[in-house]
Ligand binder design. Structure first.
Ligand code: SF4
Length: 365
């Protein structure tokens, strides 16, 4: 197993490395091996943060990192939610894209070259060697700034929804090839990666004794991830013209105070706070602006992912999940009447508006 395989586990050579390692996934799961923990983290971070990068990258050896990939595919399949597959495949592709950019920039003299991929590696991986041709470089150090991609793969891996400039009618097309900038070629490779990861997902895990045992052993992780996903879609997003922190539920006020004081936030706490603030109508910039300097960048990034490109938004966890995370604190009377922090905010805002209207009527009389 090469570090390169762990870095790009969707490469065919990585899959061969897993097969030739002759390690039974069922055994790893039964023994609760590190690869299982990393596989669970992989899926959880994909669903909650849009990346599969490990929170502590140096905690995992090459074998655990590589084996975590097939385990994460099993977990995603068991979650049985189309949103999970989509989010997971995008996160794998986005993480690979970041790594690809770093690798291509690193150059040939890099000491970690055994872990790094080249553009040729990616073109070979996706059978694009003869279908992508570089223009002569203006600058030999930086390499070609443009490439010609055969129209077939261009149409396969591009999406007109990315913007008008991706439409074929707006492109230079010569001898059946489309001219793309280097950065655009990398976008096409990201999409090729997303498709490779999504291919075959979800698959059927149950149906044999071994599959049923595997599914049972992973069930607690799968349930937790399912809850996270269903929490995200459970509540209508509450939009208000102006967001009033006085109406925040006590759990969120506590998290906000913690963030503003620069204290550490657990993954669940950071996700909850960002998702709540996005849910009440703050944009990612505003989220970064209210959570204090220490967490501004990280929560702004989370908020950007949560308010993702399709415009769909994700609700923070329900009160039940908040209790399980020990994030339900300082409950008050209103907490007994609601089941979700966003519903708390919605009812508190409505009650305050009704009471203001009553007061105005009283004054008029
Ligand atoms: S009951 Fe719900 S809204 Fe109230 S503090 Fe707990 S998690 Fe927050």
């Amino acid at each position: 197993m090469r570090p390169l395989h762990a870095r790009y586990p969707f490469f065919a050579a990585a899959r061969d490395a897993v097969e030739s390692a002759d390690v039974a996934i069922a055994t790893l799961v039964a023994e609760d091996a590190p690869a299982v923990e990393r596989g669970v983290e992989r899926v959880e971070r994909a669903l909650m943060e849009g990346t599969v990068e490990a929170e502590s990258p140096y905690s995992w050896d090459t074998e655990s990192e590589l084996l975590s990939y097939p385990i994460s595919r099993i977990i995603v399949s068991l979650v049985e939610t189309p949103a999970a597959v989509d989010k997971y495949a995008r996160a794998e592709a986005d993480t690979a894209y970041e790594r690809m950019l770093a690798d291509f920039d690193a150059g040939d003299d890099d000491v970690n070259s055994d872990a790094r991929a080249t553009l040729d590696d990616f073109l070979r991986e996706f059978d694009l060697v003869g279908e992508v041709r570089a223009e002569p470089a203006d600058n030999r150090r930086r390499g070609p700034s443009h490439y010609w991609v055969d129209v077939g793969p261009y149409l396969t891996y591009s999406d007109p929804d990315w913007g008008d400039h991706w439409r074929l009618v707006n492109r230079a097309l010569v001898d059946g090839a489309v001219r793309v900038a280097r950065e655009e070629l990398y976008e096409l490779l990201r999409e090729a990666t997303r498709r490779r990861v999504a291919d075959g997902l979800p698959f059927s895990v149950r149906g044999s004794d071994a599959g049923d045992q595997l599914a049972s052993a992973l069930q607690p992780h799968v349930e937790r991830l399912r809850n996270l996903l269903s929490d995200r879609g459970a509540v209508n997003v509450v939009y208000t013209d102006s967001v009033d922190p006085d109406h925040f539920p006590p759990c969120i006020s506590a998290l906000l105070t913690q963030a503003q004081a620069g204290e550490d936030l657990s993954t669940e706490a950071a996700f909850t706070l960002a998702a709540f603030l996005v849910g009440v109508g703050l944009d990612p910039e505003e989220v970064g602006g209210v959570v204090g300097e220490t967490h501004a960048e990280a929560l702004k990034t989370r908020a950007t992912i949560l308010a993702d490109s399709s415009g769909s938004q994700y609700a923070p966890p329900t009160c039940e999940t908040m209790q399980a995370y020990d994030l339900c604190v300082n409950r008050d009377d209103r907490c007994d009447t609601i089941s979700h922090p966003l519903i708390y905010y919605e009812t508190a805002t409505k009650d305050a508006a009704a009471s203001d209207a009553d007061a105005a009527t009283g004054e008029a009389n």
